[in-house]
Design a protein around this ligand. Structure first.
Ligand code: P6P
Length: 336
């Protein structure tokens, strides 16, 4: 029987073979994976542990925090601060950047994360996940400041998520394709279950919150309307719709079977480019999607080319099967 490849062996071979990653980056990814195992255990406790419900506080986005948001955030901070692989961290749940304590050696990487994405699904037992992104600390940075995190997504050296669903799966890229690891709870390790994930270039499945229809810009309304016309309309085929309300779950489905995910700009708050956060939601997901042969745009430009201006800035997100994303880009260009 072929010995199964676990995350550690996968990373050692990436480091040894193609020199794709450094020893520090290998340690970083293993530490994040271990933290995700602990988060998965807390998530799975549900009502049996003191983990459900509101934390009684709001995050920098003004959103009510769930207890598990804060538990997941603390697990990631504690797991990552002593290893000597990081200079600092940033999180959806923290207003400012979190430099590694001077008690520990400072590493060359910056870690950004949404510790628990899809929090509104926690109390109703629907799939949620942890999203992470890795950047390099700029040369001669000196004291780590927010500006060091404001790098275009194309500069990420690694990105991934852990999805807490029927299985717990870690999905990872270090810039050489996308790999999927499934948590073997008996061994306590992530086992490689899919390598070189490829998103089908075409799809008949879109993912959007339809309740916002009246607020969308014309190109998005046009695209969705044509999907809804089905085989009698210009697309010549019927479409299906899925919306979990948890980006990790929707993006994972798209990586596994194709589809197009949209959380576009809408007129409710015209000055806000979108709901999702660029640095620790859109960028890592866009890196993964592109590495799997898909595409990711804000309607006007490639998401990974956007130069951030603030840590928690938001952006419009359209990503997934390449042909659909390119059609939406064309509709935006024609509308402009
Ligand atoms: P809505 C979760 O809060 C999240 O940030 C994403 O995970 C998800 O795709 C989106 O918001 C859901 O937003 O407006 O449909 O509740």
């Amino acid at each position: 029987m072929t010995p199964s490849v676990n995350l550690t062996r996968y990373l050692v071979e990436k480091e040894r073979g193609q020199g794709a990653i450094t020893a520090q980056l290998r340690l970083l990814i293993e530490v994040v994976a271990r933290a995700c195992k602990r988060i998965s255990l807390a998530v799975n406790k549900g009502a049996l542990g003191d983990v459900l419900g509101a934390a009684g506080s709001d995050n920098v986005q003004g959103e009510a925090q769930k207890k598990l948001d804060l538990i997941a955030n603390d697990v990631l901070l504690e797991a990552n601060e002593w290893g000597g692989h990081l200079a600092a961290m940033a999180s959806e749940e923290m207003d400012t950047v979190f430099p590694v304590s001077e008690r520990y050696p400072r590493g060359e990487y910056l870690l950004l994360f949404d510790p628990l994405d899809g929090s509104s699904n926690i109390d109703v037992d629907v799939t949620i996940g942890t999203i992470f992104s890795v950047l390099q600390l700029p040369e001669n940075a000196g004291e780590v400041r927010e500006e060091h995190f404001l790098q275009a997504g194309a500069r990420q050296v690694a990105a991934g998520y852990c999805v807490y669903g029927p299985q717990t799966q870690l999905v990872l890229t270090v810039g050489q394709g996308v790999a999927v690891f499934t948590l073997d709870r008996e061994q306590g390790s992530f086992v490689l279950t899919q390598n070189n994930v490829q998103i089908p270039p075409s799809t008949s499945e879109f993912s959007i919150n339809m309740s916002n229809l009246r607020h969308w810009a014309p190109p998005v309304k046009r695209y969705i309307d044509e999907c809804l016309q089905g085989k009698d309309g210009p697309r010549g085929r019927d479409f299906n719709m899925r919306w979990v309300g948890s980006m990790v779950a929707d993006v994972h489905r798209i990586l596994m079977r194709g589809g197009v995910f949209l959380y576009p700009w809408d007129q409710r708050e015209p000055n806000k480019p979108g709901k999702l956060r660029l640095l620790y939601e859109a960028n890592p997901m866009s890196f993964l999607v592109e590495q799997a042969g898909g595409a990711a745009t804000n309607g006007k430009q490639r998401i990974l080319d956007i130069t951030p201006t603030s840590l928690h800035e938001r952006c419009s997100v359209i990503l997934g099967s390449r042909e659909e994303v390119e059609l939406l880009q064309r509709y935006h260009a024609e509308s402009a």
